[in-house]
Every structure is written in structure tokens, then in C-alpha cells.
Design a protein around this ligand. Structure first.
Ligand SMILES: C[S@@+](CC[C@H](N)C(=O)[O-])C[C@H]1O[C@@H](n2cnc3c(N)ncnc32)[C@H](O)[C@@H]1O
Length: 341
């Protein structure tokens, strides 16, 4: 560090602006939440409207609403076509309730009170490597969100929002045409499998998750029209997993486990896999900026890492498996293909 006294030089204005904006990032997070929570994108689904019209439709206080809309223009959720005429950007439209690829439920989880409380202790996770979530809430993330039906809905609706899109990404990024039985381990409410089964009429699927989650998935899978080809199995990844698959999928599962826990799960998967079976591991790609943010979420939430290709190669090797391929996708998800070593 320099001992020189400050000279009073003007700092780089662009860098200054960017840092001010980063420091105010919490306002961005909360604005995105407000847009999702108050249904601003839903109110704009039939076309542009004035601030008063949106405020009335969304139950917002008029004078405040105009300021909020101006800020939403600033962060790229709305555009102002002409004075007092707002419409959603592509990003804003993803906050609507009923739109392909809606991220509304994901936003509501990420900006929820339990998550906001967790982030206040991020520094503690950075210091110790331990998940602040447990320190703040006294229990791990899954036990917490399985505690009651309201919390369960908040968490699993968010997972569904991701899986509806990432199911399409996997469908288009890997050749499932010869896969007879695909098992989604920790598959939540089943949208990844639904996407695969809808695209492959000969395929059967097994959805595997904890008992209360499978209970919640039953009507979702039944209503999707592929229920007759999808078996629902409740169980624990740390005990054993079903054995009939020729493809096993772990999407967003290993990222929330440290090496010891991940190896326990992988040992059970390997045990279940036949010599010709394939394991697909799908996690965010830490080569992308959004992937690195997801890694921070894992640090503060679970104390675990989102792994690089090298880390996966090493991890699966220790589990008696061999990484054969890493596949980039158009999403933040990267696919790692493994077989028995
Ligand atoms: C981060 S979510 C990912 C869900 C889904 N695979 C996706 O990508 O949207 C982790 C999933 O693993 C399930 N899970 C957590 N612990 C489990 C366990 N011990 N056995 C089985 N499933 C578990 C959770 O219920 C949840 O559905």
C-alpha cells in the first residue's frame, strides 16, 4: 500500500460509477423481487401501459410506483417507450407468472427472507468455509425447506422454474435417442424427466427424491401426460439408488455437497450402474460469471463448491468412475459424462 498522501485526483469516473452500482446491488436485487412479487410483467403482458395503470393493476402507491419504474428502467427490466409508457424488456418478461421460461419463482426464492438473512453472514462463510445458512437458521438448507408446506413450495417451485428450462437444455445437448430408462436422482418435481419423456416416446423414467418431495411431484408428473412411463421412487441418495437405469442424472445435486458427501452419493450411483450405464452430472459452469455467482451461493448456503472439469475428473475417479466428456450448453449448465472405470 502506498504511503503517499492523497493528491486529490479525480478517480476514473466509469470505475467509480461501476463500484457505486455494485455497492447498491442490494437495491437491484430488491427491485427484481418487487417486479416479480407485484406482478409488474403480468400487468404488461397485453402491451405498454402508463405508470398509474401499472400501479393500479399491481397495488402500488402511485407516486412511489413512478420512481420504482424509473429504477426498473435503469436496471433493464422495463423500457420507457415514450414519456410515461412502459413495457417489459426480454429480462422483464421472464418475471411474469405464466410465460415460457419464467424465472419468477426462482427470483422469489433467491430474494426471500431466509436467503437475505443468510447473505448477511457471507463474511463468516468466507472466513471459515462453513455455510452461513446453518449458522443463521440452525439447520441445513433441505431440512429447513422441508419443515412446512409453505417453505417447501417456495423452494421446489424455484427448482421447477430451473428444471423446466434446463430440461430442454439437456434434451437438446445430449443424445438420449438410445436411452431406454433414465433415472433423475434428486429430480425434485420431475420437470427434467418430463421434458425428456415428452421428446422420447419409447423412453421410461424413474424420478427419485426424498419422500415429501415425491409426494409433491405425483400430480405434476401425472398432469404432464407422461405419468404412465414415469415411476416415482422415494429414497435417500446417501443410502441407495434404483438400479435399472441406462442413464443416471445428477442435476444440481453434487454442487451442494462437499467431497466426502459427493463421494458417498457417487458410490451409491456406481453401485447401481450396470457396466454400460452412463452418468450425467449437470452443474453450473464456473467458467461463466453467473456460474461463479452460483458458486458463491453454494459457499454461503451449503459450504460446498461448484466444481471445475478437473475437480470433477478427480472426484469421479475417486468414486471408481471415468469422465469421458464435458459438454457446454447454451445455458449456465455444463454436462459431465461419466462411465464406470
Ligand atoms: C438443488 S435441488 C435440485 C433439484 C433438481 N435436480 C433440479 O436441478 O432442479 C436438490 C434436490 O435433491 C433432493 N435431495 C436432497 N437431499 C436428498 C437425499 N438425501 N436423497 C434424495 N434426494 C435428495 C432435494 O429434495 C432436491 O429435489
Amino acid at each position: 500500500m502506498s504511503d503517499q498522501p492523497e493528491q486529490g485526483n479525480l478517480a476514473d469516473p466509469d470505475a467509480t460509477n461501476r463500484v457505486l452500482s455494485m455497492a447498491l446491488g442490494l437495491a437491484t436485487v430488491q427491485l427484481v423481487r418487487i417486479a416479480a412479487q407485484f406482478g409488474i410483467a403480468d400487468a404488461l403482458q397485453d402491451g405498454p401501459r402508463s405508470a398509474d395503470e401499472i400501479a393500479a393493476a399491481c397495488g402500488m402507491f402511485g407516486a412511489t410506483a413512478a420512481r420504482v419504474f424509473r429504477a426498473l428502467v435503469g436496471i433493464g427490466i422495463l423500457t420507457e417507450l415514450e414519456p410515461d409508457r412502459y413495457e417489459c424488456t426480454a429480462e422483464g418478461r421472464l418475471l411474469a407468472r405464466k410465460v415460457d421460461g419464467s424465472l419468477r419463482d426462482f427470483v422469489l426464492l433467491e430474494t426471500s427472507e431466509p436467503y437475505m438473512q443468510m447473505w448477511t453472514r457471507f463474511d463468516q462463510s468466507v472466513r471459515t468455509g462453513e455455510p452461513a445458512f446453518e449458522e443463521v437458521h440452525g439447520t441445513n438448507i433441505y431440512d429447513y425447506f422441508l419443515e412446512d408446506s409453505r417453505k417447501r413450495k417456495l423452494f421446489y417451485d424455484a427448482m421447477t422454474a430451473l428444471s423446466k428450462q434446463e430440461g430442454l437444455v439437456l434434451r437438446d445437448s445430449y443424445d438420449f435417442s438410445n436411452s431406454r430408462c433414465v433415472i433423475d436422482l434428486g429430480g425434485g418435481h420431475g420437470w427434467l424427466l418430463i421434458r425428456l419423456l415428452q421428446a422420447n416416446p419409447e423412453m421410461r423414467g424413474i424420478l427419485f427424491d426424498l419422500a415429501p418431495v415425491i409426494e409433491g411431484a405425483e400430480s405434476v408428473v401425472r398432469d404432464s401426460g407422461v405419468g404412465d412411463r414415469c415411476m416415482m421412487v422415494s429414497g435417500d441418495l446417501f443410502e441407495s439408488v434404483p438400479a435399472e437405469g441406462d442413464v443416471y442424472i445428477l442435476k444440481r445435486i453434487l454442487m451442494d455437497k462437499d467431497d466426502e458427501a459427493a463421494l458417498e452419493v457417487l458410490a451409491n450411483v456406481r453401485e447401481a450402474m450396470s457396466a454400460s450405464a452412463t452418468l450425467l452430472i449437470a452443474d453450473p459452469d464456473v467458467q461463466t460469471p453467473t456460474g461463479t455467482l452460483n458458486d458463491m451461493l453454494m459457499l454461503v448456503g451449503c459450504g460446498s463448491p461448484v466444481r471445475t472439469e478437473e475437480q470433477y475428473r478427480d472426484l469421479v475417479h475417486r468414486a471408481g468412475l471415468r469422465l469421458t466428456r464435458a459438454i457446454e450448453t447454451p445455458s449456465i449448465i455444463r454436462l459431465f459424462v461419466a462411465i464406470r472405470a
